[in-house]
Design a protein around this ligand. Structure first.
Ligand code: PAF
Length: 281
């Protein structure tokens, strides 16, 4: 595996791959890799000739009071895992390499970026779309792989690629869960053992809502009531949002007549976790 820290190195490796007729798959990450990330790497390996993974803890997607400083950065462990997965290129730029002093240009998907996590984390999706479009410009991948766990992020990136005619195919990959149902997340590492147990409430809430849906309930407001009722059973958890939305536009729906996305975010202590599931009539 080759490791690059400069844009110039990454771009020339990508152009060389293209010159040789190889299709590149990019897996953008912020590191602290877990089985969810590795599933993206494996999907990329199955579909592309050459796989690049980026590790970059992107400051522009963190709010001023969020966990940028303490976000885990186990670079060497990540590097070894990627090497073992047979990744071809690791791109790990510094903040100064990605954001040159004085940079004031952002990419924003208007409207969608203010929904779900965008509402409680103002500016978050603007940071994501800015860094992802920069990664696409630098690495020029044929395909890029993102997890469905960040369903809003995936929908917003798809919209950005569509609106800006970016020549990259976006591949969404399923949520990977722990055996007890907790969705894998780098932020799970912040949880103490009792908090880790409490965090299961997100999955349980989604499961309860799915059961009600399977019994025939199609009204989002009723499903959300079921979900909120379940969530309250965990006193140490605080709900941020629980919504039923259109999976492409992220707008709330008033009836589930087509596949709908149930998205939840909640705090366990100071750790903010998200999860989601699709409901398909
Ligand atoms: O999902 C993530 O880890 C990040 O939001 C991403 C896509 C790597 C952009 O920084």
């Amino acid at each position: 595996m080759e490791t690059f820290s400069t844009i110039k190195q990454m771009r020339s490796a990508s152009r060389e791959a293209r010159r040789r007729g190889l299709r590149m798959g990019l897996v953008p990450t912020m590191g602290a890799l877990h089985a969810g990330h590795l599933s993206l790497v494996r999907a990329a390996k199955a579909q592309a000739d050459i796989v690049a993974v980026s590790i970059f803890v992107n400051p522009t997607q963190f709010g001023p009071t969020e966990d940028l400083a303490k976000y885990p950065r186990p670079f060497e462990t990540d590097r070894v895992q990627l090497e073992q997965e047979g990744v071809d290129i690791l791109f790990a730029p510094t903040v100064d390499e990605m954001y040159r002093p004085g940079a004031t240009t952002y990419v924003t998907v208007e409207g969608m970026s203010d929904r779900l996590c965008g509402k409680s984390r103002p500016g978050h999706f603007r940071g994501v779309t800015t860094v992802v479009s920069k990664m696409f410009n630098i690495a020029e991948p044929d395909m890029a792989f993102f997890g469905q766990k960040d369903a809003a992020q995936l929908a917003i990136i798809r919209r950005m690629v569509h609106d800006l005619d970016l020549p990259v195919k976006i591949m969404g990959c399923p949520i990977i869960r722990e055996p007890d149902g907790l969705a894998m997340s780098s932020r799970n590492a912040y949880l103490t053992p009792p908090q880790r147990q409490a965090a299961l409430i997100l999955h349980h809430t989604l499961r309860e809502m799915k059961s009600a849906f399977n019994r025939g309930e199609r009204r989002p407001a009723e499903l959300i009531d079921v979900g909120k009722h379940c969530f309250q059973e965990e006193p140490s958890a605080r709900l941020d949002y629980l919504q039923v939305v259109d999976p492409d536009s992220l707008e709330a729906v008033d009836e589930i007549a087509a596949p709908a996305l149930v998205a939840i975010a909640g705090y366990i202590g100071t750790t903010r976790l998200i999860d989601n599931q699709m409901l398909k009539p």
